[in-house]
Ligand binder design. Structure first.
Ligand SMILES: C[S@@+](CC[C@H](N)C(=O)[O-])C[C@H]1O[C@@H](n2cnc3c(N)ncnc32)[C@H](O)[C@@H]1O
Length: 244
């Protein structure tokens, strides 16, 4: 374990239900092709086969629907998706290859991304805080933090991702005028995010009216947790912060 890995403790789940044959095969045989292996001072553009116009980072992509859909709509953008949860990583691989559970007959073939997609997603399958120090300054045009674990109990507030240390790292890796997009449906995390980001020396909140944070931005792709929140009667909010 590296020094930094020893200091950083992850409190969420790393694995859930048994991953079935097809997705397991993708983890073993296709993940290495799209794995993001950060190296000190290597520019983000060097991780993609060709230079992209923009670079986006999604932290905690869950089942990967948001990053998969956004990457498909934006072939000229390079995406780094980060997720600790193995089942989520496996699901994103399934979305980008089109290979679903049960497609066992094609598993002896070489796996590629589906024909209707560009090769514009790289996946980091560990805690994002472990890769921060290897990311050069001003790397990303946009960072998504969608429905982060709220850790609502006060005694767990130290586990919330939005905190002084992570805000500072995000400020370093987001370009000037770049965006930090945070979405949450939890009342504790709504208030917490506003408090942590208020009077911040790095970011300004872009909302001019309440419609700007009550409604998702244009071209929004729904996430699993967003759908869950709506089903259960909670109202998500969408806070957009601009790097100054
Ligand atoms: C509540 S889920 C939301 C998932 C997804 N964004 C959505 O909206 O459906 C939060 C996710 O963030 C991931 N996560 C939490 N902390 C993380 C970290 N430090 N690095 C990478 N992933 C993290 C968790 O594993 C979990 O899958």
């Amino acid at each position: 374990m590296t020094d930094i890995a020893e200091k950083i403790k992850f409190f969420g789940r790393r694995k859930g239900r048994t991953i079935r044959k097809a997705k397991s095969y993708l983890l073993d045989n296709f993940l290495p092709d799209v794995l993001f292996k950060p190296e000190k001072d290597k520019k983000i553009e060097q991780y993609f086969p060709e230079k992209k116009n923009k670079y986006y980072l999604e932290i905690g992509f869950g089942d990967g629907e948001h990053i998969a859909e956004l990457a498909k709509k934006n072939p000229d953008t390079g995406f780094i998706g980060v997720e600790v949860y193995k089942n989520g990583v496996a699901n994103l691989l399934s979305l980008i290859t089109g290979i679903k559970d049960g497609n066992d007959e094609i598993l002896s073939h070489k796996i590629c991304i589906s024909n209707d997609r560009t090769d514009n997603i790289r996946i980091y399958d560990d805690d994002v805080r472990l890769m921060f120090s290897l990311i050069p300054d001003n790397s990303f045009d946009k960072v998504f933090l969608l429905f982060p674990d709220p850790w609502p109990k006060t005694k767990h507030s130290g586990r919330r991702f939005i905190n002084e240390r992570n805000i500072k790292e995000l400020a370093r890796i987001i370009k000037k005028d770049g965006i930090l997009q945070v979405a949450t449906d939890h009342y504790v995390y709504k208030r917490w995010t506003l408090e942590q980001m208020r009077n911040n020396e790095y970011f300004v909140w872009t909302a001019k009216t309440s419609d700007d944070w009550r409604n998702p931005p244009a071209d929004w792709c729904e996430t699993k947790y967003q759908r869950k929140a709506i089903r259960e009667g909670r109202k998500p909010v969408f806070f957009e912060y601009k790097r100054i």
